[in-house]
Write a protein that binds this ligand. Structure first.
Ligand code: C2E
Ligand code: CA
Ligand code: CA
Ligand code: CA
Length: 279
């Protein structure tokens, strides 16, 4: 097999001509957007179903383009990954999350963790662990306040390197969630191999849980599996009271979704947390 370094990206094999005009536009503008501070982080609450307390927040990036308006991460993250810009952008995201942890601490929210999505290209970069360690220690933030959301697809090329890195994170005290759980190609294998702490059940299983008996059975089984493996479970994409009540019958989990709140800009976050605690 062809040897590839940890930081290599198979996407580099494409020629520039393969990309449509819109893609080229992203290539040219993402770097500038980072330099011009056009990105910002939104945060979406994660609520424990038993205590009804906010236990975490997921950091979700937004691009406020000066003329195009807000651009979805689903559109630009893939191009940040292709160009390698995800590495400096990812560092910026981690720094933002760490600052937000300090803001939460200063406001008395000592038990709220921030989850950050990590792209495979960022996770596999040789400097990732050192950079993460530096970002946390520069601001004296406890590693336990940070959770990384990864997907199992990152293990396709470099399984043993990924596992070694996950062990390092575990030693540091940074917890890891397996994102989009159930949609990957070999979930159970990675559950056995990865030292992780949390499963995020993909929104596609949660959406129609009240009417789709198969998805209901799958969600029930994932919660059971997580329980047996002593992993936390986050159900994402909960939009209605009906879905919430249904999930409540299936056992202890954390809930994330529009039902509680859409992702919020930082200026709305503390007021929301305060009013939620009172309700
Ligand atoms: P994801 O990690 O699966 O994030 C969950 C997505 O579901 C978010 O979309 C969130 O806004 C949306 N969502 C949350 N609750 C609900 C709900 O009740 N209903 C519906 N319909 N949607 C809900 P968003 O913010 O557009 O992000 C999309 C994807 O972009 C993320 O999927 C993640 O893969 C990627 N992404 C976002 N921010 C970052 C980032 O900072 N770094 C990296 N590497 N990727 C990111
Ligand atoms: Ca996520
Ligand atoms: Ca998802
Ligand atoms: Ca995802």
């Amino acid at each position: 097999a062809k040897h590839e370094g940890l930081s290599s990206t198979k996407f580099y094999e494409h020629s520039y001509d393969d990309y449509a005009f819109e893609d080229q536009w992203f290539h040219m503008n993402l770097k500038q957007a980072l330099e011009h501070n056009e990105f910002c982080m939104y945060y979406q609450p994660q609520v424990n179903i038993e205590t009804m307390e906010v236990t975490g927040l997921e950091a979700l990036i937004r691009w406020n383009h000066p003329s195009k308006g807000q651009i979805s991460p689903q559109k630009f993250i893939p191009f940040a990954e292709v160009t390698g810009l995800i590495v400096p952008l990812g560092d910026w995201i981690l720094r933002q999350a760490v600052e937000q942890i300090l803001v939460l601490e200063h406001n008395g929210y000592d038990d709220v963790r921030i989850s950050v999505n990590i792209s495979p290209e960022q996770f596999k970069h040789p400097a990732f662990i050192d950079t993460l360690t530096a970002i946390l220690s520069e601001r004296s933030v406890s590693p336990s306040k940070l959770r990384l959301e990864i997907t199992e697809t990152m293990a396709i090329d470099h399984e043993s390197a990924v596992i070694a890195r996950l062990h390092k994170l575990d030693e540091m005290g940074v917890t890891v969630a397996l994102d989009d759980f159930g949609t990957g190609y070999s979930s159970l294998k990675y559950l056995s191999l990865f030292p992780i702490h949390c499963l995020k059940i993909d929104r596609s299983f949660i959406d129609d849980i009240t009417s789709n008996v198969k998805n209901e059975a799958i969600v029930r089984s994932i919660i059971d599996l997580a329980d047996n493996l002593q992993l936390e479970v986050v159900a994402e994409g909960v939009e209605s009271k009906e879905v919430l009540h249904h999930l409540q019958q299936l056992g202890n989990q954390t809930i994330q979704g529009y039902y509680f709140s859409k992702p919020m800009p930082t200026d709305q976050l503390l007021p929301w947390m305060e009013s939620f605690a009172k309700s």
